[in-house]
Design a protein around this ligand. Structure first.
Ligand code: PPS
Length: 295
C-alpha cells in the first residue's frame, strides 16, 4: 500500500469507535500487544497535553539530563502504541516490543480498546485531561494540519462532530469520565492540563513522586524551564516539525499552536457555547469530574 492511501481518509470504525484509518489496519497488533508490569503509560484523549507530560516524564526518568532527549524525537523515546502507517512510519507496537524495560508508553485509547492483557499488568498510568472546549479547538486545528485525518470542515461543522463523538477515539466525555472512574481501583495519576499550566512545578513534583523518583529543586526548575511552551515550540525533538509536510503541515497550523487555557473563546460563538454547555451538562451529569475552562 502506498502512502496516498492513508491521506485524508475517513475514520475507520474499530469496535464502535472512529479511528485513524492508517492505525485501524491490522488492529490485532493492539489486542495482542504484550504490556509489562514495569511499564508506565501516559494515556490521554488527544490534544490534552500528552507531548508536554511525556517530555516531563522522560526528563524525570533521566534525572533532568537532556542528553538523550536532544538526540531522539519523543515518538521514539515514548512510542505511541496504536500509531501505524505501513510503509511510512514504524508501528508503535514494533518500537515498543524492542524497547528495554522500564518502558514509557503513550496511548489515546479508550478503556474498551486496550490490549487484552492490559489490566493483568497493573501498570502505573498517568492520565492527562484538558477541558473539552480547548480540546475541541486544538483537535480542530490538528485535523486541519494532520493529513492522516479527514478534513474537519468549518469549525461549526467540526463542533457538531466533536459533540457527537464522531472524531478519532470517539467521545471526549466518555473518555475522561471512564478513566476517572478507573482511578478508584488502579494506580492512576489523573492530571489536568489547566493545573500544569497554572503551576508546572507543583504538577511535575506529583509526576516525580508517582514515578518514585527524588529530584532536587534545581533539577525540577530545569525541567519546568525545558518543558515551557516557548521552549517546546522550538524543540525539534518534540514539536513534530521533523515529519514531512505531506503528513503534517505546520504552515496550516503548527502542532505547538498556542499552548494556553481559554483559547476556545476565540472560536465559539455565543450560540455554539450555549448548545455545547447544554450538551455537556447532560453527558457529564453522572460524574464528580470537574474542569476549568480558563485559569
Ligand atoms: S496529541 O497529538 O494528542 O499527542 O497532542 P497533545 O500533545 O496531547 O496536545 C497538543 C496540545 O498541547 C499543547 N502543548 C503545550 N501547552 C503548554 N505547554 C507546553 N509545554 C505544551 N506542549 C504542547 C499544544 O500546543 C497543543 O495545544 P493547542 O491548544 O493546540 O496549542
Amino acid at each position: 500500500m502506498t502512502s496516498p492511501d492513508f491521506i485524508r481518509r475517513d475514520w475507520e470504525t474499530v469496535h464502535g469507535y472512529p479511528m485513524v484509518y492508517a492505525f485501524a489496519l491490522n488492529w490485532e497488533r493492539i489486542e495482542q500487544f504484550q504490556c509489562r508490569p514495569e511499564d508506565v503509560w501516559i494515556i490521554t484523549y488527544p490534544k490534552s497535553g500528552t507531548t508536554w507530560v511525556s517530555e516531563i516524564m522522560d526528563l524525570i526518568k533521566s534525572d533532568g539530563s537532556v542528553e538523550k532527549q536532544e538526540k531522539a524525537p519523543i515518538g521514539h523515546r515514548i512510542p505511541m502504541m496504536e500509531l501505524a502507517a505501513p510503509g511510512i512510519i514504524t508501528a508503535g507496537t514494533d518500537l515498543l516490543e524492542k524497547m528495554p524495560s522500564p518502558r514509557f508508553v503513550k496511548s489515546h485509547l479508550p478503556i474498551s480498546l486496550l490490549p487484552k492483557n492490559f489490566w493483568e499488568c497493573n501498570c502505573k498510568i498517568i492520565y492527562v485531561a484538558r477541558n473539552a472546549k480547548d480540546v475541541a479547538v486544538s483537535y480542530y486545528n490538528f485535523d486541519r494540519m494532520n493529513k492522516f485525518h479527514p478534513e474537519p470542515g468549518t469549525f461549526a461543522e467540526y463542533l457538531e462532530k466533536f459533540m457527537s463523538g464522531n472524531v478519532a477515539y470517539g467521545s471526549w466525555h466518555e473518555h475522561v469520565t471512564s478513566w476517572w472512574e478507573k482511578k478508584k481501583d488502579h494506580p492512576i495519576l489523573y492530571l489536568f492540563y489547566e493545573d500544569i499550566k497554572e503551576d508546572p512545578k507543583r504538577e511535575i513534583r506529583k509526576v516525580m513522586q508517582f514515578l518514585g523518583k527524588k529530584l532536587d529543586e534545581a533539577t525540577l526548575d530545569r525541567i519546568v524551564q525545558h518543558t515551557s511552551f516557548e521552549n517546546m515550540k522550538d524543540n525539534l525533538m518534540v514539536n513534530y516539525k521533523s515529519l514531512p509536510t505531506t503528513l503534517m503541515d505546520h504552515n496550516i497550523s503548527p502542532f505547538m499552536r498556542k499552548g494556553i487555557a481559554g483559547d476556545w473563546k476565540n472560536y465559539f460563538t455565543v450560540a455554539q457555547n450555549e448548545i455545547f454547555d447544554a450538551d455537556y451538562e447532560k453527558k457529564m451529569s453522572g460524574t464528580t469530574l470537574k474542569f476549568r475552562t480558563e485559569i
